[in-house]
Design a protein around this ligand. Sequence first.
Ligand code: ATP
Ligand code: MG
Ligand code: MG
Length: 350
Amino acid sequence: GLKIGILGGGQLGRMLSVAASRLGFSCHIYEPVAHPPAGDVAQEVTTAPYDDRAALKAFARSVDIVTYEFENIPTDALDVIEAHCPIRPGRHALEVSQDRLVEKAFLTDIGLKTAPFAAVDDPVDLAEVLEEIGPPGLLKTRRFGYDGKGQARVTEPADAKAALAAMAGAPAIYEGFVGFSQEISVIAARSLSGQIACFDPGQNVHRDGILRTTTVPAPLTTAQRTDAVLIAGRILNALDYVGVMGVEIFVTPTGLLVNEIAPRVHNSGHWTQNGCAIDQFEQHIRAIAGWPLGDGRRHGDIEMENLIGADMARLPELAADPGVSLHLYGKAEARAGRKMGHANRWLRPA
Ligand code: ATP
Ligand code: MG
Ligand code: MG
């Protein structure tokens, strides 16, 4: 069967490997840190940094396709891999999603709405931007941020100095604060032949910058639901995308704004494991393998709860609950803020 290379060995790589093995495929994980969560499941693991060209080359030659579970793969590593096998989703999606400024410019270019934004490289830029967009807002590093890391709130102009200091010299983007009524995400897939399938939008609740729960269905009007799915489709087509993507959206009284896109399976799509015949992980594997997509139909209302750090103390109670499906990542140490697993709670049939 097909051999799939996965860059990154975290929980997403682990669940992708499970889905791949159900389709009879084998997986080779490439991950700098030893004993990754995906290592328990995949057939092969390479432990090497992303600048080890020899290891990357050997990895790429050992597989038929390469995919990834995180978007911050260095461009040089992609060059080495692409000389030997295809990378799906392709380079364009990575370039766009690695940099918040490029991402927002792309989204605006294809006619979608985002929070007002501007590049900020120094105190002068920030002063100008605060005149133009105004507080409140958020200063974010353009690259490498996740789980709300690399962000600083600007509530009034006096906060500017501290916010800029928090960027530690990294290029930044300022975004006007969006007064959203809710946050949702669309987990969407596009096949090699251009077929598109979307899962039903879920409502996301964050705490301390980290996703806490996703609930489906999100409480949306029919028009909002349609709009959300059309937004996702427009993004996938514009990128000639192959695979699953997570599209984070702010719902506001004046319409839907795109927050960010993730060119991979997404934490807010974990509910699909117990709410759909074909979950986001299988959907991604199907897409990159050149298979037809599953239709992503939802058969249940589900609440997905992330188990973060000390939440693991609730394991006995969750395990005893007949309405809960547990997905644990096999991580030894439950540090604060660390995603250890998730619980999918069945609410009712769809
Ligand atoms: P992720 O872990 O999803 O990749 P991230 O670190 O890339 O997160 P964002 O998604 O940009 O960060 O922001 C995290 C959360 O902060 C958002 O889900 C939202 O709740 C809030 N947030 C971010 N930007 C804005 C904004 N412009 N207006 C209002 N709230 C925002
Ligand atoms: Mg992000
Ligand atoms: Mg986000």
